[in-house]
Design a protein around this ligand. Sequence first.
Ligand SMILES: *Cc1c(COP(=O)(O)O)cnc(C)c1O
Length: 439
Amino acid sequence: MTIHLPDDPARSDVLAAHPTLWVNSAYRPGAIEDETLPIRPEMVDEAQANWKRLAPLLETCFPELEATGGAIRSDLVELQALREVLGYAAPEFGRVFIKADSALPVAGSIKARGGVYEVFLFAEQLARKEGLLNPGDDIRRLAEADAKAFFSRYTIAVGSTGNLGLSVGIAARALGFKATVHMSSDAKAWKVERLTKLGVEVVQHEADYTIAVENARIVAERDPTIYFVDDEQSQHLFLGYSVAAYELAEQLKARGIVVDADHPLFLYLPCGIGGAPGGATYGAKKVFGNHVHCFFVEPVQSPCALVHLMSGSQELVSVYDVGLTNKTEADGMAVARMSAFVATVMRNMLAGVFTVADEDLLRWLLLAHETQDIRLEPSATASLAGPQFLVKHPQGRAFCENQGIQSYLTQATHIAWTTGGSFVPQEQFDAFLKQAAAL
Ligand SMILES: *Cc1c(COP(=O)(O)O)cnc(C)c1O
């Protein structure tokens, strides 16, 4: 299929694989109220309640969660030295933070919010259905030997470019499940190795992410003992991610940072299939209303959310359909076709998408390490380009004018969501630094 993208100021840059910003002309800051969407804002509260109920079990399975009582949380870190070297020193950039999901416990990436949530929720539901967990029972009972033996009769399966497989594999094995991860050809060797060590079966496909998921789904459909975590359709994953917005709201409040009509909030979220950034966006819209504006970021060769949303098509449009290659070092974002479910929810809710070049990802990886000792993987650094696009790019300025927030930029808050990195082995990290230094 060949698709002709509509006339748009960003179109020629997108097709030429040049970094750019696309502003969504269908954006409505209040779109979360749309009652035709497949999910409702109350579902974020339900997910929050689920996380709370699961927390004692999480704490039992993962001792590193003791300090937070079983909550999987990340820090909000203000850019200081890094702010200077990125060119964000001027007052027009307001305050700039990272939401450091790169250091999330359990899985070392934002996938801890989605994959771990869905696996633990499934375990609880299965245990209730099969009479292993009765009303009033302590949920920590699911970490005992007989529960593990029971769970070992089931397999959790997932398709992944890497990090979702890691988080699902780690969560599944912690409860005693068998686990199978279908990896795309983009998957990094160290992620495969780490999973194999945990006793996870890794099936490597000589194909892209969409095909890997397709294969996993077909295998799972034939076998009732396989539970498939479906990254293209799962509402559980999406809602697991969405709860991050409550955590962020608490952290902003603790710093005395106001979000209102005169103090806009901007989130920059790396996007693969769209579940993680979409969930975070949905939660942020519920919590901060019209005063938050969310942008996805994608590699110049893999802008699947950008091309699909820009096309305005009801049918999913992939990056191949517009002549791009889906080749990138940023494995977390190497996805050619976004989730149809997320596309529906984001259609009017997402402010826009910007794109980044692989060389810049490596450069920022090096800068973040040198200035503030932050360990990021290439995908995670992409969000750092956000303030530049919003404040300086012609389409970013036009966006601020249209939204009537141009004169409030000095009191705005920008948050670059750094989605992964702390699990990258030293050797691999050194290789990234070397590549960056050679640029
Ligand atoms: C998964 C991932 C993303 C994107 O999340 P999607 O749900 O695929 O859109 C971004 N960065 C990193 C590091 C990831 O692991």
